[in-house]
Design a protein around this ligand. Sequence first.
Ligand code: CAP
Ligand code: MG
Length: 421
Amino acid sequence: MKEKNSYLKLKHKPNYDNEIIATFYGESKTSLKELAQQVAGESSIGTWTKLTTLSNKIFEKLAARIFYLNKKTGIFKIAYPLSLFEPKSIPQLLSSIGGNIFSMKAVKNLRLKDIEFPKKYINQFDGPRWGIEGIRNILKIHNRPIIGCIMKPKLGLTSTQNANLAAKIFQNGIDLIKDDENLTSLTFNKFEDRVKKVLFLKKKVEKETGQKKVYVFNVTAPVSIMIKRAKLVKKLGGRCIMIDIISAGWAAVQELRNQNLDLIIHGHRAGHSTFTRNKRHGISMLVLANLSRLAGVDQFHTGTVVGKMEGTAEEVCKINDLLKEDWREFDKLRENWGLIKPVLPIASGGLHPGLVSKLIEILGENLVINFGGGLHGHPQGSIAGAQAAVQSVEAATQGIPLKIYARNHKELKAALEYWKS
Ligand code: CAP
Ligand code: MG
């Protein structure tokens, strides 16, 4: 390979139809230029030394190109020819752009901040089966947030206790109830038992109330077992399954979507902070959200700003906007998501009725608002907790201050007194 074959091509004009564009932040032990060169090489076709096997022809065709580099900010952008990527494979994409580069000694810190995909690449994926509109049509809720509940304790209830409690919570106005991220199939609460018992009672409640309800079953497991569980939910008339996308992995998420079971896929992101949280290293939550939409997740945890999990208003709003809309609304250069449906954001983690007005003020109403501890921890129990949660959303969506609404709603009043936000 001749010296002229450098990955640094600052005159290169990115081709948004045929290249994947990645934005990195880097801190180097030598220079940012050197770091960017190593990143571009290792994530495309190169390695630590020149190669006799790497011809000019291959280089011209497949080398990544660093077309932007700013020493002051540490930001550099790389354009990757589309031929480097297998169609419809998030694992293969991440083995390149999210792979060895993070381990290199030259890297002090490296963060994949953003990826932009050409339309051609996006269109290979099916994306969400239902998306926001589909989920709202199923629930017949179009003009307010969807009110959700996480069963608590995370683990410990038997399948019968789980089903009975879920039925009562549904009866008291909650639209969606979910398993927790570590509740799969345990000795005291077997998956199959839970699905049977929950769905039996859910159907009864739907008949009584005339309302549609969604129970989210956590199918996370080694892939073959996970698919069996998803099929069981389908067979027994369920509408939704959850996968822990980080612990199960992208291949599992894609496989679940490829089964075309017509179930809503709920994406839980437990573990994402192992690589998203350090703002100078790892992969951003924005990239993760982007990949979830491609992989076909219908509704996805993105944070609350006001609750127990880390995430600033600016960051969570940007992620939610990405999931809800076509990115072109926000930046004309961004890719075209074509027929890929928008994803419903889920606000969850440390929420209680006292936080709902603020939450809606920041994130809007097009989302799922999930209450776990903030429902089952209500001083008068889970039923009052469900009522207080519903009342808080009623007040906030009507623009009524929670304290005023609480004057005639005793469950909300008790919640506000208990959790002084
Ligand atoms: C919330 C939750 C969710 C987190 C995940 C929990 O319970 O069930 O898993 O919301 O975080 O176990 O913490 P609480 P995120 O309502 O009792 O906090 O949504 O940010 O991914
Ligand atoms: Mg949880």
